[in-house]
Design a binder for this molecule. Structure first.
Ligand code: GLU
Length: 339
């Protein structure tokens, strides 16, 4: 028997999908059928809580639920509340990491930020005991360190560099949600503590207030699910934005970005995620969830209720189901080529 490449591995993950058959035909018809099926399946799931530690995020509408896919040839598939904007929060981290890798080089970045998964929550006030580096660029400490490395003579230069990155990814001018920015800036003592700890160990040389402003601004970039899927599609498409054809990341930096997303993208549940689903992903406390299928597609889900780790509940479930239905696990097609 020669199992089809598109069939879910029998008995894997959620067995209730075994009864669902996607239409035959090209991959794109299957994507649309799959996201509609998954939206229907999860739209009445109201598990999770809205975050309150950034007060503005608690004002989200918990009913919102959108799924978008953008393929590497630039086609978009959408279902649900696709016009609703939400802030990237930590989903900005892999994008800014790639920018700094390209600008400063891997060796320089490795001196300041590690590449190890952490069993700790995203906001842990913890550095690597031996090197004093933040564990990885996906958790707050690492993301703040990366933000501090964005080159520029003034805070405005550095902000412009950041916004230029998002303009390339979105192919339009990015919007920063000022309410969320101010809400986080005025309640961000935990992130301030992380920054001072890094300065204590001489791991952060830039001005702390300016660095945190830049970090809070990158977290407050506001997108819709289709826009986030487009951003993810650039990561799926060798670093080239599929609509504009513009190279946003070098191949070398992109490889590092996707590797760290795979191993560290879901904080302390990263191991479970990669074991179950097996595609690079990143969550953010704004309710967004992004995944990348290299060479094929970017996936975005928006649903603002979060689990105890700070990850969108419907975001990860919908994405896991999509990976099951379309057999997206990076090690999902490992049958022997030669016998
Ligand atoms: N801005 C958020 C914070 O620093 C990001 C956290 C997240 O999305 O995981 O707490």
């Amino acid at each position: 028997m020669n199992p089809s490449h598109n069939a879910p591995i029998p008995g894997e993950l959620d067995s209730s999908f075994r009864g669902v058959s996607l239409p035959d035909g090209d991959a794109e018809v299957r994507i649309l059928a799959a996201i509609n099926e998954i939206h229907l399946r999860h739209r009445n799931n109201h598990e999770g809580e809205l975050p309150t530690y950034i007060p503005e995020l608690a004002n989200a509408d918990p009913h919102d639920f959108a799924i978008s896919v953008v393929t590497t040839n630039g086609h978009t598939y959408n279902v649900g509340s696709i016009d609703r904007r939400f802030t990237l929060q930590s989903i900005a981290n892999p994008f800014v990491y790639g920018l700094v890798l390209d600008l400063l080089g891997r060796e320089r970045v490795l001196q300041s930020v590690g590449v190890e998964p952490t069993g700790n929550p995203f906001s842990a006030i913890v550095l690597d005991r031996k090197t004093n580096r933040p564990m990885n660029p996906m958790v707050n400490a690492g993301a703040i360190a990366i933000a501090s490395m964005i080159p520029g003579a003034t805070p405005t230069d550095r902000l412009n560099r950041l916004l230029a990155l998002f303009a390339c990814l979105l192919d339009e001018k990015p919007i920063v949600n000022m309410q969320v920015f101010i809400s986080e800036k005025s309640t961000g003592d935990r992130n301030r503590s992380i920054a001072y700890l890094m300065r204590n160990f001489k791991m952060l040389e830039a001005n702390i207030d300016e660095t945190l402003d830049l970090y809070f601004q990158q977290c407050s970039v506001s997108v819709t699910a289709p826009q986030l899927a487009l951003m993810a599609a650039t990561l799926a498409n060798g670093g080239v934005q599929p609509r504009s054809g513009r190279e946003v990341y070098s191949r070398r930096s992109l490889r590092d970005v996707l590797t760290i997303m795979l191993t560290c993208g879901l904080y302390e549940s990263s191991g479970t995620w990669v074991h179950r689903v097996g595609i690079p992903a990143k969550s953010g406390v704004g309710g967004g969830f992004m995944a990348v299928v290299p060479g094929r597609m970017g996936i975005a889900v928006y649903s603002p209720k979060l689990d105890q780790h700070g990850t969108s509940v419907r975001g990860q479930r919908a994405c896991e189901d999509l990976a099951t239905l379309l057999n997206l696990h990076v090690f999902g097609n490992t049958e022997a080529r030669q016998r």
